[in-house]
Design a protein around this ligand. Structure first.
Ligand code: FES
Ligand code: FES
Length: 157
């Protein structure tokens, strides 16, 4: 299998990696770069646990071919907190509102919420529910997650 050099920005820092032609972004993040915060679930673009932001757009990293990354800017869960480790408002809200549930879905939920609040800083409850349904929770529920997004958007507590 052929390898290709790709250069992109990852959480604000330049990276250069050699990737297999068939590799997905989530595979490169986890297996080559060592950022395991982005999880791999269905591998088919359905569950949302691999959600990242590429050039400002929410993407399922299992469906992003790594060879297409050249020149892009990628944000992962590892880049949400400030450089000094201080949690971002959305991360604090997930903890305070009970949205922080399991370690499989939560990184993708936080990335989805981050993308939503960048696009729509004050979303309605219906908009939050509609947006977040792309990130599946198989075991708990969405009340805490919706509250967390509302709290981070300043819409309520
Ligand atoms: S692992 Fe990517 S959407 Fe499920
Ligand atoms: S809390 Fe993560 S899948 Fe349900």
């Amino acid at each position: 299998m052929s390898e290709h050099a790709v250069e992109f920005r990852l959480n604000g820092r330049p990276v250069r990696v050699l990737v297999e032609a068939s590799a997905s972004l989530v595979e490169v993040l986890r297996d080559q770069i060592g950022l395991t915060g982005t999880k791999l679930g269905c591998g088919a673009g359905v569950c949302g646990v691999c959600s990242v932001i590429v050039d400002g757009s929410l993407q399922t990293a299992c469906l992003v071919p790594a060879v297409h990354l050249d020149g892009t800017s990628v944000s992962t869960i590892e880049g949400v907190a400030d450089a000094d480790g201080s949690l971002a408002p959305i991360q604090r809200a997930f903890i305070e509102q009970g949205g922080f549930q399991c370690g499989i879905c939560t990184p993708g939920q936080v990335m989805a919420a981050t993308a939503l609040l960048r696009e729509r800083p004050n979303p309605s409850e219906d908009e939050i529910v509609d947006w977040m349904k792309g990130s599946l929770c198989r075991c708990t529920g969405y009340y805490g997650i919706v509250r967390a997004v509302q709290a981070a958007s300043g819409e309520g507590r």
